[in-house]
Design a protein around this ligand. Structure first.
Ligand SMILES: Nc1ncnc2c1ncn2[C@@H]1O[C@H](COP(=O)(O)OP(=O)(O)OP(=O)(O)O)[C@@H](O)[C@H]1O
Length: 777
């Protein structure tokens, strides 16, 4: 037997032993699961039969509690066993994917470390057959080639030599192949994985995590980790694997699934990624969207516009540059400062503290109240503090009331026979007085954040005073002047003026008066609300993961700082995929300054793994500014641009391409439209002819087959084949359009086709190389 054959034989034996052990452990756990299930049913039945089901009796309640504790214990045992069963089931068939041979400094023994999804230990011999990919030692597999290597163990840095590194392809318990690799994770397996079809659900990447990705996943020291990564560089994958890593580590650091929160762009995306953590053997963690936070916090009487609605309105109105400017301004750091100044101004100058009297006694002077308010030693939110002032004042009233009542009653005592009536009268009187006092107090102890925000837009001189020295967008002076003129003419007649920010004042004020909140006003309102009233909803959150970080404004980050005070952050984004405004790397500086975390790190990921080189290169040419970045070397057909004579012909072309993609074996095909309204229209034209799914903002998720989706909803998702519908000048001409087109094209893995009618989009004339164009159709 030659060396290779012997090596293979050894590997086959190891795999067989591992599989056998797995099967034994799985069987054992399955038996235990049955027993635990029976015990649990028994415990429940006991509780049901031996306790009363509705009782106020303390003894009976205590008895029921004892039963309940037993049931809870049985349930926990059952769930634990179930988790073990699931773990072994996940491993069986492919228990590991890598191995390295390691000699630790100071030892002679060569350790063969097999790396897989979970640790597998033989309970009899304590031999570790497989190491969890998140175990400290496993980092060597992702980070080192054969040669000197080190890893960070809980006891400190461990150094040694890697003698060999091996990768395996194991399928249903069969060793398909294995090979030794000299580079950090060879391309062979990655090539194979990336050439496959996309899945309607995001996949795990444990087998092929790249060195630079591993660094992000395993970072445990940073309080604010910012990752700027090109499209398809694995940001979302990394975010989820990082959570799995932190939860694994959390066995020591006490981070649990309910301490983690993912902020995702929309419900579809949340669905798309929801399988990854369970596949990695972790409990799923909570996800929310900014929309959901805003809607919950700004409940009645507000009707809050969603981000999808805002984008849709922008797209329907040809981009509306004036609103785009207003959106940018209302999310900016300058506006954040303006809001802080507004709060300061209100606190120092506008709260009309009054002297409080009761029965001719001064309870508190206005000055005393103001001093106490401003001397906020424990940093309570202002609205809470004002309420506490109110309570303190009200607590001083009853003794005064009593004295007054006694006085009244003395007078009454002299007028015989009316005793009862006068007592009742004096009680009524003091109740009325307290009510009136409360009303007086409310004049300075209640704050309406909505009214405060409204004032910013209905009181231009106040706006001007607060905005002094800030860098304001062009056109704001004009907008202010026009608002002042309208205000002096007639408050009711105020209408949007022309100009760069025309309507900023009048329209904002008017909308708020009607109880409607534009998406760009939701963040300022929330900021005011949380700063004034505080928010303890997320006090358990210790790790916040913000995906699509470029979609949030500095003001939204300021809200996160208020919501997740004690949390650490992982912030991942790609400024080239900004939608509403041109992406700017300075956003990350703002994030650092706003979140103010002690230890901050920014890392860049410049290599994309999603799209073929041809598609990546094509998409990069769409960008306004040259963006560096590479893509994993995987080649496929060049993107195609096709012209249709009419809209109807374009619909037919799209249908034909979609069908051809399915026939070619692609599992997910997306027809990407510029807006949701267009996606809906196209869907209704296509659905009679072909099975197609419409992806909607609030419902459903990506399925296999053909989906029609708007560019902004396709964000973060991926498809084997993408067909861009309507890549013409009429649809894609502005900078906003350019960004949407870039997002649409970067969703494709293997095929990209752009169909247009009429004149081609100027972004494509510049970006398409001759081989990518085919005119006319
Ligand atoms: N190390 C890796 N091994 C295998 N596949 C990978 C790896 N890194 C990324 N991928 C794959 O690349 C694709 C893009 O990953 P992901 O969606 O996480 O990137 P992204 O940076 O969030 O993309 P975008 O910002 O464009 O939405 C996915 O199919 C993912 O599985």
């Amino acid at each position: 037997m030659d060396k290779d054959q012997q090596g293979r034989q050894e590997e086959l034996q190891y795999l067989e032993q591992t599989e056998r052990l797995l099967q034994t452990l799985l069987n054992r756990e399955l038996d235990q699961l049955d027993q635990r299930k029976e015990a649990l049913i028994e415990a429940r039945r006991d509780m049901w039969e031996n306790t009363v089901h509705a009782s106020q009796d303390f003894a009976q309640l205590t008895e029921m509690n004892q039963y309940l504790a037993g049931v809870n214990q049985q349930t926990a045992g059952y769930v634990n066993t179930l988790r073990q069963v699931e773990k072994y089931r996940r491993m069986i068939g492919a228990p590991y994917f890598g191995r390295f041979d390691f000699v630790e400094d100071g030892y002679d023994e060569v350790e063969k470390i097999y790396v897989g999804l979970h640790t597998l230990t033989d309970p009899a011999s304590h031999h570790i057959f497989v190491y969890d990919w998140r175990a400290p030692v496993s980092s060597i597999f992702y980070r080192h080639e054969p040669g000197r290597a080190a890893y960070e163990a809980p006891s400190g840095i461990v150094e040694g030599d890697v003698l060999r590194k091996r990768q395996y392809k194991i399928n249903e318990g069969n060793l398909v192949y294995f090979f030794d690799c000299n580079v950090v994770i060879t391309d062979q397996i990655l090539q194979e994985i990336l050439s496959q079809n996309a899945s309607p659900k995001m996949r795990t990447i444990v087998e092929t995590i790249q060195k630079e990705q591993d660094r992000i996943i395993r970072d445990r020291d940073t309080d604010l980790l910012i990752v700027q990564g090109v499209a398809g560089s694995g940001k979302t994958s990394i975010a989820l694997h990082r959570i799995a890593f932190l939860l694994y580590e959390g066995h020591q650091s006490r981070l649990q699934w309910n301490n983690v929160l993912i902020l995702s762009p929309n419900a579809i995306f949340s669905q798309y990624i929801s399988h990854v953590l369970p596949e990695l053997g972790e409990e799923n963690v909570a996800q929310t969207t900014f929309d959901a936070i805003a809607t919950a916090a700004l409940a009645e009487p507000f009707i809050v516009e969603s981000r999808a609605e805002q984008l849709e309105t922008l797209l329907q109105s040809g981009g509306n540059p004036s609103r785009q400017r207003a959106i940018a301004f209302k999310g900016s750091r300058a506006f954040l400062t303006l809001l802080d100044r507004l709060i300061d101004h209100w606190a120092h100058r506008e709260i009309a503290f009054e002297d409080v009297y009761y029965d001719s006694v001064t309870v508190e002077t206005g000055q005393q109240l103001k001093n106490r308010f401003l001397n906020n030693k424990i940093g309570l939110p202002m609205a809470v503090q004002l309420r506490r002032l109110e309570e303190t004042i009200l607590k001083k009233i009853p003794p005064l009331q009593k004295r007054r009542r006694q006085r009244i009653e003395k007078i009454v005592a002299q007028s015989e026979g009316r005793d009862f009536e006068i007592k009742a009268f004096s009680r009524l009187l003091s109740m009325k007085e307290t009510k009136a006092l409360r009303r007086r107090l409310h004049r300075f102890t209640r704050v309406d954040y909505r009214h405060l925000y409204e004032r910013l837009f209905t009181d231009p001189p106040l706006f001007a005073r607060l905005a002094r020295g800030l860098s304001l967008p062009e056109g704001i002076a004009e907008a202010m002047a026009s608002a002042s003129a309208s205000a002096s003419k007639s408050a009711g007649n105020a209408t949007g003026s022309s100009g760069m920010l025309g309507g900023l004042f009048a329209e904002t004020g008017e909308r708020l008066r009607q109880g409607r909140v534009a998406y760009e006003d939701a963040a300022p309102l929330l900021y005011l609300k949380f700063r004034l009233e505080g928010c303890s909803l997320y006090s358990d959150i210790k790790q916040v993961v913000i995906d699509e970080a470029q979609d949030y404004t500095p003001l939204q980050y300021a809200i996160f700082a208020l919501l997740f005070k004690e949390a650490r952050y992982t912030v991942l984004g790609d400024i080239c995929q900004s939608v509403e405004r041109e992406g700017d790397l300075r956003l990350y500086d703002d994030v650092v300054q706003i979140l103010q975390k002690p230890k901050t790190l920014r890392l860049d990921l410049n290599k994309g793994y999603r799209s073929s080189q041809e598609i990546s290169a094509f998409a990069r040419r769409l960008l306004a500014k040259e963006q560096g970045g590479l893509s994993f070397e995987r080649h496929d057909e060049a993107p195609r641009i096709e012209r249709a004579e009419t809209e109807a012909a374009m619909v037919d072309a799209v249908a034909r391409h979609a069908a051809a993609s399915l026939e070619a074996g692609f599992g997910t095909v997306a027809v990407i439209c510029k807006s949701q309204r267009e996606a809906e229209r196209l869907h209704s034209r296509l659905k009679g002819k072909h099975p197609v799914q419409l992806i909607q903002p609030h419902e459903g998720w990506v399925e296999k087959g053909v989906s029609v989706v708007s560019a902004y909803l396709a964000k973060g998702l991926e498809f084997d084949a993408v067909i861009v519908y309507g890549a013409d000048k009429g649809r894609y001409a502005s900078d906003l359009d350019r960004r949407l087109l870039y997002i649409a094209c970067t969703r494709a893995l293997h095929r990209l086709t752009l169909c247009y009618c009429g004149e081609i989009s100027p972004f494509l004339t510049a970006s398409a190389s001759p081989s990518e164009r085919r005119l006319p159709m």
